[in-house]
Design a protein around this ligand. Structure first.
Ligand SMILES: *Cc1c(COP(=O)(O)O)cnc(C)c1O
Length: 386
């Protein structure tokens, strides 16, 4: 048999090496502590689980769901955007539930990218933006996110010849992996860029609810003119600790939402209905889990910042997201420093270069690690010399 070029051309899985070394360490009997994965360690709120259990017993939920979801779920998504951002979306035209936002992000490329087209993709960034582009036969053009520019892409620096070939612009704030944040002024500049070059904007915003010190992230859709050029992906994964349930959404430009619906209706049969009902319970139910989770994350963030500062490494405390983006000390690359932390402390972090060339010189730590494991890991790190 012969695999397709799109499979053969896939870049090697970024963390294969780390995963292999981690397994090796564990086999040697080392108690490995991982700060690597951005997956909430705390459980889904009880009322959401109760709803799922009940819905699972109802035979009406045992059959094929609709690709575009239950009308009540689309309405709950629209109502949540109204409550959270004061934005009004037509539940049947401007809202589409997704089997986790990753699914919609990956499929969106099929709506806009023909062979040879360009997608503008942040570097470092969530790998799905560029892989989706490659699967559709397109070319990612990387926009470096640097600390000097507050991890915002310099849209003015994109050569017009590239901008004219671009069909999609991917943005992600609060950002994974840099923890950078964006304000409405930046989003409005992105809208202006999109209009100038006729580029569709996809804003990926799964971390709008994960924020600290009273900071409230904005939605891209609040930017003036955003609805004319773009959509926003959001997810229940991080906000409600539902990563394992696979439920997210996209809202915004009706043409873009409809195009994604047309792709999806030919590839999948939607989100299991019991999970959609649980999604409604999350969006419409009590919201106190969000500040509760954020208080826990903020405390962990502070402990990690404190420890790294004590080690002589300057760390910007993240205002939002589940990550800390830490510059490696002089003389190390992101990979050699990651290896040192594993070898000498049994602590796993991810090398910044795994998220793109511009991630070189950084490591990413996730704050989704139980407090006792985190404290043990930090105690070991504090003893290192470099
Ligand atoms: C976690 C994450 C997602 C979303 O995930 P789903 O679980 O598929 O909804 C999307 N984008 C980024 C940048 C993420 O970190």
């Amino acid at each position: 048999m012969r695999l397709s070029k799109r499979i053969e051309k896939l870049p090697p899985y970024l963390f294969v090496d780390i995963t292999r070394k981690m397994a090796q360490k564990r086999a040697e009997g080392v108690d490995v502590i991982s700060f690597a994965i951005g997956d909430p360690d705390l459980p889904t709120p009880h009322h959401v689980i109760d709803c799922l259990c009940e819905a699972a017993r109802d035979p009406a939920n045992h059959r094929y769901p609709e690709s575009d979801g239950l009308p009540q779920f689309r309405q709950a998504i629209a109502a949540w955007y109204q409550m959270r951002f004061g934005l009004t979306f037509h539940p049947d035209k401007e809202v589409l539930p997704l089997i986790g936002s990753k699914e919609g992000i990956g499929h969106m490329a099929l709506c806009f990218i023909d062979p040879g087209d360009v997608a503008l993709v942040p570097d470092p960034g969530y790998p799905v933006y560029s892989i989706g582009t490659l699967f559709a036969g397109g070319e990612p053009y990387y926009l470096p996110l640097t600390e000097e520019k507050d991890f915002l892409p310099d849209l003015e620096a994109i050569p017009p010849s590239v901008a004219h070939r671009a069909r999609l612009l991917w943005l992600n704030y609060p950002n994974n992996p840099t923890a950078g944040v964006a304000d409405l002024d930046f989003f409005e500049r992105a809208v202006a860029f999109a209009k100038r070059y006729d580029v569709a904007v996809c804003h990926d915003g799964p971390y709008t609810e994960v924020a600290f010190d009273g900071y409230r992230p904005v939605s891209f859709m609040e930017a003036k003119g955003a609805r004319e050029v773009g959509v926003e992906f959001h997810s229940l994964s991080k906000s409600y600790h539902m990563t394992g349930w696979r439920v997210g959404m996209v809202v915004g430009n009706a043409t873009m939402v409809d195009a994604l619906m047309r792709v999806k209706s030919n590839l999948d049969s939607g989100i299991p209905q019991a999970i959609q009902l649980a999604g409604i319970a999350a969006l419409e139910g009590p919201q106190d889990c969000i500040p509760e989770h954020n208080a826990i994350y903020q405390r962990r963030r502070d402990r990690i910042v404190e420890t790294f500062n004590g080690m002589g490494l300057r760390v910007r405390p993240s205002q939002a997201s589940l990550y800390l983006w830490v510059r490696v000390p002089p003389g190390y690359t992101s990979v050699t420093f990651t290896t040192k932390l594993l070898e000498e402390a049994g602590v796993v972090v991810t090398p910044g270069v795994g998220y793109g060339h511009a991630g070189e010189g950084y490591i990413r730590l996730s704050i989704t690690i139980p407090d006792d494991r985190m404290e043990e890991g930090l105690a070991r790190l504090a003893k290192l010399t470099f």
